[in-house]
Design a protein around this ligand. Structure first.
Ligand SMILES: [Zn+2]
Length: 417
């Protein structure tokens, strides 16, 4: 992966920020956040987050990605400013619930009308670097979703990356990531098992280029094993119109969340077809999502149907999906500490064996976002299976993410875009 840093572009972002009364640092933060956001092999659709620390009249302030913003189009209001000092006691003050963490962050916003700071804002605040970048890069995910990678990560990166075993995003990851950083104070980034990568540095350029360097090292490890992931590919085949019509009719019957509107986004690329043609494709996709965030948009597993499926085959597969999803909910809700309400049991993703994937949503945007995640997921799974075995987070961890109170609000978005 190449750095796309360009000094003239960086200068332009600095001038724009200063002209608007912002700091140079915030201008550079916007610039490299967009560089990251514009590469689908680094982050997709609201994934990842970035921050910068600035001094404002002697007070340390964190600008961190706000919820509802995408890195590729981020602007200053998408990086709400939070006072850092009042966040520090939470580091050693015992577990905060999600609402308590959000309340703490919101109480320390400079502008109370700002969006909620990222759920990873505390980790950004605690890491003692001006610039912090977090991505879900394709090559990293192919390696992060393997069993027992601690020694391999040490072999590839030496002590430059500290290894963070899987932990729930949000408060738990903030506390654990900070603790592991302090045990490894010379590291330049954090490897998040089953999740992605953090880098940090004194300058925007250095933090961004560390991200590119670490992703490039992951690509080299995959290449060494003959498991180089494909890059993003455009869909090059038309959908089977009859199949989509039969599927649409099954998915939008009364009682379905799609009864009032259903959009389907079919994708078929060489990489997706390789994925969909594997003898065990249905089993591979049932293991889980390539990064925890994805479960919010595409649920823990897709609906799997044969190419050219008849209406009867689709009805049978959908009934099986609803039963499996209901069982998943009941099994996991039983161990939750608070009562959970089941979301609709309909899929947001379809694997058409041998042919392609379909993103589902209540409108075209939601379906497109789901299909984009499925396109990257196919490339991650192909690479992970070529390297070893694709092994994402457990069903219990998927459930905790899908039914996380902070993410429930986003679920309406997952349906409607
Ligand atoms: Zn993440």
């Amino acid at each position: 992966m190449q750095s796309r840093w360009n000094s003239q572009d960086a200068d332009r972002f600095i001038q724009d920020a200063v002209g608007a009364g912002w700091s140079e640092a915030l201008g550079l933060r916007i610039y490299t956040s967009r560089l990251i956001g514009q590469d689908p092999d680094l982050v997709l659709h609201g994934g990842g987050n970035t921050s910068v620390k600035v001094d404002s009249g002697g007070e340390a302030i964190l600008h961190v990605k706000g919820s509802g913003w995408d890195l590729d189009t981020i602007e200053a209001p998408g990086l709400p400013a939070v006072r850092i000092a009042p966040l520090l006691p939470a580091r050693s003050g015992g577990k905060l619930s999600d609402p308590e963490m959000v309340a703490l962050l919101r109480a320390n916003l400079l502008d109370p009308t700002s969006p909620n700071p990222s759920v990873e804002a505390l980790l950004h605040a605690y890491l003692p670097f001006n610039f912090v970048d977090h991505t879900h890069a394709t090559a990293i995910l192919a390696l992060a979703n393997q069993a027992d990678m601690r020694e391999t990560v040490a072999r590839i990166y030496g002590s430059r990356l500290a290894y963070v075993p899987y932990v729930m995003p949000g408060f738990d990851l903030s506390i654990e990531g900070d603790r592991i950083f302090r045990e490894n104070p010379d590291c330049e980034g954090l490897w998040l098992e089953n999740h992605g990568l953090f880098t940090f540095a004194a300058t925007a350029k250095a933090s961004y280029e560390l991200m590119i360097e670490f992703v490039t090292l992951a690509e080299a490890e995959l290449a060494r094993a003959g498991a180089t992931p494909d890059g993003p590919q455009a869909s090059d085949r038309d959908s089977d119109a009859g199949l989509l019509e039969r599927l649409g009719s099954a998915l939008s019957q009364g009682g379905s969340p799609f009864a009032k509107g259903l959009a389907m986004d079919f994708r078929s690329t060489p990489a997706i077809r390789r994925h969909a043609a594997k003898a065990d494709a249905g089993e591979i996709v049932s293991r889980g999502t390539v990064t925890p965030d994805h479960v919010i948009r595409i649920k823990p597993f897709p609906l799997v149907i044969p190419a050219g499926a008849t209406s009867a085959e689709i009805d049978q597969a959908l009934a099986g999906y609803i039963e499996r999803y209901t069982d998943y909910f009941e099994r996991n809700a039983a161990r939750a500490s608070e009562p959970k309400t089941m979301l609709d049991a309909y899929p947001r993703a379809v694997l058409v064996l041998g042919e392609g994937v379909i993103g589902l949503g209540a409108n075209a945007k939601a379906a497109r976002i789901a299909a984009d995640l499925l396109e990257q997921s196919a490339r991650v799974m192909n690479s992970a299976e070529a390297y070893g075995r694709f092994k994402p987070i457990s069903e219990a961890d998927l459930f905790d993410m899908e039914y996380w109170s902070l993410e429930q609000a986003k679920l309406k978005v997952a349906l409607s875009g």
